[in-house]
Design a protein around this ligand. Structure first.
Ligand code: GLY
Ligand code: MN
Ligand code: MN
Length: 452
């Protein structure tokens, strides 16, 4: 009884309290400065929390935010912070070192508590403004109860004794801090991995996620077009990469969705080549597999183009077979029926049947050495079960390729697709896709440079 009273007193009316170390009220808040923060779609995040509650029925869910990565130890060349996807999915908050605690008692009762580190003006001089545990955070996130992180342990002790079971934690978070908290409170209890539940939710994108993906697509397309327009024989791969990534960033991308692959000539036959140091030669094809991330969501787009702006007959023949294979897969999609595994098979059969003598004694499908595609979302290879039939809200890539190392010739064409109730739609097809479109955009680039 005494334990119960102490726990209640310790965790009671602290909601939206200002911690002792909080900065003065006129200290600015990151999310309220123009351009610093992005608005949180509080309706979308609340709906996701409710959907999670419906899935699990009962339980206590603890989700940590990411920490700042270490400049010396982690080789942080892009950003020193990217939020954990699970935390972002339920909060859209880019705060460091935060926690989300959800208590679910039947599908109607969901209690959410956000824990944020106290503000520290001295630290913020180094690392930038931060949200603190106060009413501003509550308003911005739509989570009414926001507490300082030093009250997390007490809250968790209470949850461990009195909270609904089982406990759910995303077990892919393994830093010392998270392990300490989870071990201290949950050892010996029924602790389950939250990830399979969340992964199955993430497979179906809501309107907010689709809007983010579209922003990522637009920025990515701008980068691919910029790279094509800048291309000329003799350029180094990294010069193309610079034009590409400038195009992404000019369009507001937060970072690259994954390391940019710019493979010219023989390097185009190495699937994940990202050294990008070779000097291109007249006659080379260049495979660029690169995309922008926007608002935690990434595109995944590949384009292949001749560095001199004109496909040879041989290059065009291989390109057109890859393009037709991609289109055949798209055209085969039956909403609610087809699976990614089936589409992969369809694409292989199509390429095999249409190879003619293009790839010599063998059919070109022999040189299509990867599978057709994968889910996309917050991860470039996003989460979810590949045996699920394609249904509205699902997003994925279609990316057939043919790689002929003996000729130093590789072609991959990769676009992203959204399934809607009316059928599949391309998300990235505004990037030049046919050989005629590619040549036209490259010719425009040459003209803009005065013919050079
Ligand atoms: N960019 C990685 C992939 O296409 O899977
Ligand atoms: Mn891909
Ligand atoms: Mn790709």
């Amino acid at each position: 009884m005494l334990l119960l009273v102490c726990l209640m007193a310790a965790t009671g009316a602290a909601a939206q309290s200002r911690p002792a170390s909080a900065a003065s009220s006129d200290w600015p808040v990151v999310a309220e400065l123009p351009g610093m923060g992005r608005a949180i779609d509080t309706a979308a995040t609340a709906a996701r929390r409710r959907a999670l509650a419906r899935r699990i029925g009962t339980g206590t869910v603890l989700i940590p935010a990411a920490h700042e990565r270490d400049l010396e130890r982690d080789y942080v060349q892009d950003n020193d912070f990217r939020q954990h996807n699970t935390f972002f999915y339920f909060t859209q908050l880019e705060a460091k070192d935060a926690w989300l605690l959800l208590t679910v008692r039947g599908t109607e009762e969901l209690d959410a508590v956000l824990f944020l580190p106290p503000r520290n003006p001295a630290r913020e001089r180094w690392t930038g403004l931060a949200l603190g545990p106060d009413s501003v955070a509550a308003r911005l996130t739509g989570i009414a109860t926001v507490l300082p992180t030093d009250s997390l342990d007490r809250r968790l002790q209470r949850a461990a004794f009195l909270g609904p079971r089982p406990m759910y934690v995303p077990l892919d978070v393994t830093t010392r801090d998270e392990t300490r908290v989870v071990d201290a409170v949950f050892t010996g209890r029924d602790v389950r991995n939250l990830r399979p539940v969340v992964d199955s939710m993430r497979l179906f994108k809501d309107a907010d996620e689709i809007a983010r993906l579209r922003r990522a697509m637009d920025a990515s397309v701008a980068g691919h077009v910029a790279a094509m327009r800048s291309a000329r024989p003799g350029m180094y791969e990294y010069e193309l990469e610079a034009a590409l990534e400038a195009g992404f960033r000019r369009s507001g991308a937060d970072r690259m969705g994954y390391p940019s692959i710019v493979g010219s000539g023989p390097n185009g036959t190495t699937l994940h080549y990202d050294v990008n140091r070779r000097q291109t030669r007249d006659g080379d094809l260049v495979v660029i597999d690169a995309a922008a991330e926007w608002g935690q969501y990434t595109a995944d787009i590949t384009r292949t183009f001749p560095v001199n702006g004109r496909f040879t007959a041989r290059q065009k023949a291989i390109y057109d077979l890859v393009l037709a294979t991609q289109q055949a897969a798209f055209d085969s999609i039956k909403v609610g029926e087809t699976t990614m595994r089936q589409l992969n098979q369809i694409s292989r059969e199509y390429m095999k049947a249409h190879s003619d003598t293009l790839c010599g004694e063998q059919t070109c499908e022999t040189f299509y050495i990867h599978s057709l595609g994968h889910w996309i979302g917050m991860d470039v290879h996003d989460v979810g079960d590949y045996s699920t039939p394609l249904q509205p809200g699902m997003t994925f890539t279609l990316e057939p390729g043919i790689y002929l190392p003996d000729e130093g010739l590789g072609v991959r064409i990769e676009d992203c697709v959204l399934i809607t109730a009316e059928g599949p739609v391309w998300l990235s097809a505004s990037a030049p896709r046919t050989t005629a479109d590619v040549e036209r955009v490259m010719a425009e680039g040459r003209r803009a440079r005065g013919g050079r």
